[in-house]
Design a protein around this ligand. Structure first.
Ligand SMILES: Cc1ncc(COP(=O)(O)O)c(C=O)c1O
Length: 494
């Protein structure tokens, strides 16, 4: 968009009656045009004097707006040459909504099921996984790839046919034995190798559970806020998702909600996702008792509990369960790397046989050779050593992030209270548009997720999820300072 047309566009979008200052409005108009790709990287903005004249604004108003764009990294300025859209700006990834699908793909949306339309129109998985502050991803540069390669070679040398076929049943037995031993010591999980089922991750584990244990239309309680990926899978399996609030003690159903027992209850007791609370012992007992009395199954997602930096390790809910109503789920996505696609379930005795059959029938899994490599990795002590090593890095990174938050936003800025995990939540004042902040941050290469998107109902609170595990320690402060300027300007304008 060039000179005259741009001035015209600005004039149409300025609201001189608004309580918002004209420089704020101008800043918003330009930042949105940049985010939408209308103004492209390298494109020159009109000189402040020219734009001011064409739009009937004071030059100061335009300069202030340009300065804000500069501070937030949307533009770069070169003395004598002018102001240009920054090369680092990335155009917003459009989520494929039903409308864009209708326009852009060969399959018209009416060919999709109602569930399918709902899923694609609400899709949230990010195609960008390694940018600074992506929540919940580990630093894969710390992965001991030489050791892995040595173990992989060892198994490919013999390439035993029984490791190169389908994984019939619950997966490679020696790995299941090693895993239950580790979970018993580290997480207080009860059971034997017979109870362990290897699976490709949480999504598949949930899908299998829903298919085997619930009729379509039955209900599942989901933590609110909670992991949207889990809700999507359960909804797609035909279940009705009921959002249940969480407080400092964990899942907090109302008396009215408790009168309608669900078939499944999904919880993250060690480290509530995304807020970080640890479920209290009283709440754990209550939940176990309730599930037993009403025939509900509890799904315990123990997704990043290896990363505790302070205090005592918290045992799993499964370890407390005398009634055998808990289905425990874990993953190697956080401790090793997400692309490994290996997770596990620890099942009550009564379910093991059916789940082993179900996983073969539904998913036809394989990857036994990788499972054998992982088994050696654990039994030879490399896994424990790797987790110990990365934990030190992540603890330091979290404290650097906390430090810069205190330096910029103040000591008492509300943050999630966890000593665990791979992300922090920075809470924001009510009314702040966290989606807009995350879009603006994305434009300068920072991936912060808006907390409001983790809510399943209209009671969303604003905030930002910041992953710190994969950010170079030396870069945490400079990156965060750039983000702060976006946060502050959003708070000022909302
Ligand atoms: C709350 C939660 N649980 C579990 C997982 C792990 O899922 P998977 O095992 O499919 O990688 C994630 C991934 O981001 C998550 O956010």
């Amino acid at each position: 968009m060039k000179g005259g047309a741009l001035a015209e566009y600005v004039l149409q979008h300025l609201d001189r009656q608004s309580a918002r200052t004209l420089s704020r409005q101008l800043y918003r108009i330009f930042s949105q045009l940049i985010l939408d790709g209308v103004l492209q990287a390298g494109e020159k903005l009109p000189a402040s004097r020219t734009l001011a004249q064409e739009c009937g604004l004071s030059r100061n108003t335009v300069v202030q707006a340009y300065e804000q764009l500069l501070a937030e990294g949307y533009v770069e300025s070169y003395t004598g040459s002018g102001t240009f859209v920054s090369a680092a700006v990335q155009v917003q990834q459009q989520v494929e909504t039903v409308d864009t699908l209708t326009l852009s793909t060969a399959v018209p949306h009416w060919e999709l099921s109602t569930r399918g339309i709902e899923m694609v129109s609400r899709a949230q998985a990010s195609p960008q996984q390694w940018q600074p502050f992506v929540a919940g991803v580990p630093d894969v540069s710390l992965f001991p790839n030489q050791i892995w390669l040595r173990l992989l070679r060892r198994h490919w040398k013999t390439a035993k046919p029984e490791l190169l076929t389908y994984a019939h049943g619950a997966g490679y037995l020696p790995l299941r034995e090693a895993l239950i031993e580790h979970l018993r010591l580290a997480r207080g999980v009860r059971g034997s190798a017979e109870h362990v089922l290897l699976i490709s991750g949480l999504h598949q584990a949930l899908s299998l559970t829903a298919h085997l244990l619930a009729e379509p239309g039955m209900t599942v309680w989901m933590e609110n806020p909670g992991y949207w990926g889990a809700s999507t899978v359960l909804k797609m399996a035909g279940l009705k998702v009921v959002p249940i609030a969480v407080d400092e003690e964990g899942l907090a159903p109302t008396a009215e909600q408790m009168r309608e027992p669900p078939r499944l209850i999904f919880v993250t007791p060690s480290h509530q996702y995304p807020l970080g609370h640890v479920m209290s012992l009283a709440r754990r007992r209550l939940l176990l008792e309730y599930a037993y009395q009403h025939g509900s199954w509890i799904i315990e997602d123990d997704y990043d509990s290896e990363f505790r930096f302070e205090g005592q390790p918290i045992a799993s809910l499964q370890g407390l369960d005398q009634y055998h109503r808990v289905i425990y789920m874990g993953t190697f996505s956080k401790t090793l790397f997400p692309g490994m696609r290996l997770g596990y379930m620890v099942l009550p005795q009564t379910l093991t046989r059916y789940f082993a059959t179900g996983v073969s029938e539904l998913y036809r899994d394989g990857r036994l050779l990788e499972q054998a490599v992982l088994c050696d990795f654990i039994t030879e002590g490399h896994y424990a050593a790797h987790v110990r090593r990365v934990r030190l890095h992540y603890a330091r990174r979290q404290s650097v992030l906390r430090e810069v938050i205190a330096e910029t936003l103040g000591e008492n800025w509300p943050l999630s209270n966890h000593e665990a995990g791979l992300h922090l939540v920075v809470h924001l004042p009510v009314g702040t548009d966290d989606v807009r902040i995350s879009q603006a941050a994305q434009a300068i290469g920072l991936m912060v997720r808006p907390l409001s998107k983790y809510y399943l109902d209209k009671n969303a609170k604003p905030g930002l999820l910041l992953g710190y595990a994969n950010v170079d320690e030396a870069l945490i402060k400079p990156y965060f300072r750039r983000l702060v300027s976006i946060i502050q300007s959003a708070i000022a304008s909302d």
